[in-house]
Design a protein around this ligand. Structure first.
Ligand code: ADP
Length: 141
């Protein structure tokens, strides 16, 4: 049922990643599914971009791809099919875009317990839940 599992990974949230990844792995096993991990990096500001070589942007994406690859290799068993993508942009917007493009059945995303600040500002998880056309499994940390 939930065979195409989109897994947004914030490489800065080391503690939460283990829990979210293990739940995605359980889901993939249960439905003989596959996991597609996505990490969003902020775009280089249009103010500074003209002064930097284009290779800086490429290096950033390649470096993040390497870190994400290492994380997935270390935490997802070999028998689960995995793909990954690093994209530039705004976090929730890119997660939703990738989920639709990859035709995910479910997004597995972590969220801390809502606090007042989160409620007013809206966390990435809240925006994904609000706008995703597919199911979203929110993992409380
Ligand atoms: P919180 O709910 O703790 O305020 P966020 O909403 O920022 O935190 O993040 C919740 C989840 O959103 C993360 O666990 C991760 O799945 C996803 N996420 C956050 N930042 C990124 C990112 N840069 N790339 C991919 N996914 C992200």
């Amino acid at each position: 049922m939930y065979r195409r599992i989109l897994l947004p990974i914030d490489l800065g949230h080391v503690a939460s990643n283990d829990k979210v990844i293990s739940i995605a792995v359980e889901m993939a096993r249960h439905w003989q599914g596959e996991i597609h991990a996505v990490t969003v990096v902020p775009p280089i500001s249009s103010m500074v971009a003209p002064y930097l070589p284009q290779s800086v942007e490429m290096d950033t994406v390649h470096d993040v791809e390497a870190r994400l690859t290492d994380l997935l290799k270390a935490s997802i068993p070999d028998d689960i099919k995995v793909s990954l993508r690093v994209v530039e942009g705004a976090v929730y917007h890119e997660i939703l875009h990738e989920a639709k493009k990859w035709q995910a059945d479910v997004i597995v995303i972590a969220s801390h317990k809502p606090e007042l600040g989160d409620y007013l500002l809206g966390s990435n998880a809240a925006k994904v839940v609000r706008h995703a056309p597919m199911s979203v499994f929110v993992v409380r940390l």
